[in-house]
Design a binder for this molecule. Structure first.
Ligand SMILES: [Zn+2]
Length: 390
């Protein structure tokens, strides 16, 4: 048995979101094609995604919201009231053709990935998932349904404690909020300061929960321009703290690629290989009790290179750095020229890795880590956690 399964769907080859939307780019399909060019996605490791059932969506989402989304898909019409109440049918969360059934497929696959862990002891990778902003009764930030929440809830049905780690450039607010009352789920998120980026609130160092709920969260806003050493130092410091203190039975990793250097929506400078080293740290400690989802990532070429490398790690195979000729052709055929004047643009087609983005660790990062170490209740010596109040 192979150690991991890849959850895909032919559906992802159809256009979605709309041509001018940041997600109106090839993502899962390009990753699959690149892996096939490498000969790294055999049929036995690939599984078709199944849609999430209504009762599964209702573990987290309001029935009225689900009904409204189904109606909007069927009538292909969202009213002003739909836009206001459900945040559906606007530019951010467009009601593109079959948006509901496409989103339920991406959502069901995170539940399947959890079940692959529970029943088969295999890591599940759902690159179409990672929709970490969706709220119970609203679409948010391009996310219709919160598949990481549903995957975690499926793992929770076994009684397992779950650590959620969010590498996406944006704060994993929807997942954090979902588990504010659950002490058996810990969320860890590294992201853009929400004073300057989506979702524009929360996710601060001192936002660790427990003011009304039972659960903790751990958040680390990263400075603009944060590079390989910033992110790797942060994760290398935080990961042993949270995994030792929390002792999870399973890990859910959201692997959005928008922290990568070429990404047009964030302001970080992380190389593909640094991203993959962070993934490896988490994988080595967690597999096979590991669910991996996709997430943000708005540069199709950078994303496909990165997720191809991610899959190689999860499935236990080496992948040459040099792109195979067919893979290079595929990437060159993508309709994308936003950054063709950048000096690294040509590199994107030579190798699946990047020039390293090293540098001295930003003082904001070291200071934030030291502050968390001395203030975050979860990281205090045993017995003190109960006394510490936000
Ligand atoms: Zn993001």
């Amino acid at each position: 048995m192979t150690p991991a399964i890849f959850l895909g769907a032919a559906r992802y080859r159809r256009p979605s979101y709309g041509a001018n939307h940041p997600l109106g780019i090839p993502r899962v399909s390009l990753t699959v094609d690149l892996l096939e060019a490498y000969g790294a996605l055999p049929e036995v490791e690939y599984r078709d995604s199944r849609p999430a059932a209504d009762h599964e969506l209702a573990w987290f989402h309001d029935r009225d919201y689900l009904r409204a989304a189904r109606r909007i898909e069927a009538t292909e019409r969202a009213s002003a009231e739909d836009r206001r109440r459900w945040n559906l049918g606007n530019f951010e969360n467009p009601a593109f053709k079959d948006f509901y059934s496409t989103a339920t497929l991406a959502t069901g696959a995170s539940i399947q990935a959890a079940e692959a862990v529970i029943h088969e002891g295999r890591v599940g990778f759902n690159p179409a998932g990672g929709m970490h902003h969706a709220a119970p009764d609203q679409a948010r930030g391009f996310c219709y349904f919160n598949d990481p929440v549903l995957g975690i809830l499926r793992l929770r049905q076994t009684g397992w404690r779950v650590l959620y780690v969010d590498l996406d450039a944006h704060h994993g607010d929807g997942v954090e909020n979902a588990f504010a009352e659950d002490p058996a789920v810990l969320t860890l998120s590294l992201h853009m300061d929400t004073a300057k980026g989506y979702p524009f609130a929360g996710g601060g160092l001192a936002d660790w929960g427990r003011d009304s709920g039972e659960g903790y969260a751990l958040n680390l806003p990263m400075p603009a321009g944060a590079h390989d050493d910033d992110f790797e130092t942060a994760l290398a410091t935080l990961w042993p703290w949270v995994s030792d203190r929390f002792q999870p039975d399973a890990v859910v990793m959201q692997a959005g690629t928008d922290i990568l250097l070429p990404d047009p929506l964030s302001r970080f400078r992380v190389s593909t290989q640094a991203f993959l080293r962070m993934v490896e740290r988490i994988r080595a400690d967690s597999a096979p009790r590991l669910v991996v989802t996709g997430g943000g990532g708005y540069h199709p070429i950078a994303l496909a290179r990165c997720w191809a490398g991610l899959w190689a790690q999860l499935s236990g195979r080496g992948l040459p750095e040099k792109l195979p000729p067919r893979g290079r052709e595929l990437l060159e055929a993508v309709d994308w020229d936003l950054d063709e004047d950048e000096d690294w643009f040509e590199d994107l087609f030579q190798s699946r890795l990047d020039p390293p983005q090293s540098g001295p660790v930003h003082p904001e990062v070291s200071e934030a880590l030291a502050w968390l170490r001395s203030h975050h209740p979860l990281l205090q010596p045993a017995g003190k956690a109960a006394e510490a109040a936000p």
